[in-house]
Every structure is written in C-alpha cells, then in structure tokens.
Design a protein around this ligand. Sequence first.
Ligand code: SF4
Ligand code: SF4
Length: 80
Amino acid sequence: MTKKTKKGKITINRERCKGCHICIDTCPNDMIKVDEKPNKKGYSPAQFKETVSEGEKGCVACKQCATVCPEVAIEVYRAK
Ligand code: SF4
Ligand code: SF4
C-alpha cells in the first residue's frame, strides 16, 4: 500500500517578516531557512527552501508555520 503525501509550498512576505524564526523551529520537515540578506527593516527574514534533498519529505502544506507566525507573513498553498 502506498501512502499519498500531500505536497505544498509556502510564500513568505519578507518585508512583513520580523525575523523571529519561530516558523523555522516549527516546520516538521525543515523546509524553512534564514535568509541572511536583511529586509528593509533590518531583520533576517525566513525563506522557503525551494529544493528538497533526497530523503526529505518537503513541504506537506500542514500550515503549522503560518499558524505560528506572529506577523501573518506566511501563506500556504497545496499542490495538486
Ligand atoms: S514566524 Fe513569521 S515573522 Fe517569524 S521568522 Fe517566520 S515568517 Fe518571519
Ligand atoms: S506548511 Fe508545514 S511543511 Fe510546509 S513549510 Fe509550513 S510547516 Fe513546513
């Protein structure tokens, strides 16, 4: 039996982001990293990892990152 994994992606509004990095700690699949280039407010914003390494699950559109973000900077999309 094969289990179908729901795939997703997120967008992060880097100017809205305050660089708290809660989303990075929250993502169960380690799909968010720190963007070292600061935004206009001087924070290092979170950035979605566009590539999935072998053995990693990738984004599953679980929305946990969007739920914890205090700045409502993350939108989650479910891939069909
Ligand atoms: S939780 Fe929101 S504000 Fe905090 S780093 Fe992630 S996107 Fe930025
Ligand atoms: S939706 Fe879930 S899997 Fe995708 S980046 Fe956010 S926390 Fe990670």
